[in-house]
Write a protein that binds this ligand. Structure first.
Ligand SMILES: [Zn+2]
Ligand SMILES: [Zn+2]
Length: 212
């Protein structure tokens, strides 16, 4: 029987995006959802929240997005957290005002990313997984290099082969996009050519930090 990690990884390969970016985003979403649902009144969490003076820019907006989801109803939790921050840090005689510790979601994100990468490398030993990966969207360039740097020779050769195919495919689509951009050919765009310039940004930067 497949482990829950394998099930999630298989699900990630079915998305039209980098599986590590996808799993990182899923973990972030699920953590914030759980945090708003269960942990707003937890004294340990509240203390971490005060020490970091709230979340960093990126995770503050993730908090905003998850709390705004219709089935989350997390707005009240956000209001409670910021009221706490103003009361106990900014209006109180606290040295914490100037000394902000790292956002704890950033720390968690690094940990989750490293576990997802380790798991991906372990899954690469499985023939079935390799086959699924070959037919998938593939890794973004930042995750490709992170994984390549810690893979064994066999894993490296496999990943480089798949990545080369992806690059050739994107190169062809970009070339076609540029060629057909001339008005005489503009009606000839195929859907995957029309989006090729966006796919290039996604490939080289990783998936966008946005809600599905
Ligand atoms: Zn990625
Ligand atoms: Zn953060």
């Amino acid at each position: 029987m497949k482990s829950i990690g394998s099930v999630y990884m298989a699900e990630a390969l079915e998305q039209e995006k980098c599986p590590i970016c996808y799993l990182n985003r899923k973990a972030e979403h699920d953590y914030i959802f759980w945090f708003l649902y269960e942990k707003v009144n937890d004294s340990g969490i509240r203390s971490m929240w005060r020490q970091s003076g709230g979340f960093c820019h990126k995770h503050s907006w993730s908090l905003h997005d998850v709390a705004s989801e219709p089935h989350c109803a997390g707005e009240l939790g956000v209001a409670i957290l910021y009221k706490d921050l103003i009361e106990n840090v900014f209006l109180a005689n606290s040295t914490q005002k100037r000394k902000r510790e790292e956002c704890f979601l950033c720390a968690m994100e690094r940990d989750v990313e490293s576990r997802n990468i380790d798991f991906f490398i372990k899954e690469l030993e499985d023939e079935d997984f390799r086959e699924k990966y070959s037919g998938s969207h593939g890794l973004c360039i930042p995750h490709f290099f992170m994984i390549l740097s810690i893979s064994d020779d066999r894993g490296k050769a496999f990943l480089e082969g798949v990545q080369k195919n992806r690059m050739e495919d994107l190169f062809f689509r970009l070339s076609e996009y540029i060629r057909k951009h001339d008005y005489r050919f503009s009606h000839e765009f195929k859907e995957n050519e029309r989006n090729s310039w966006k796919d290039a940004i996604r490939l080289f930067a990783g998936e966008r930090n946005e809600r599905d």
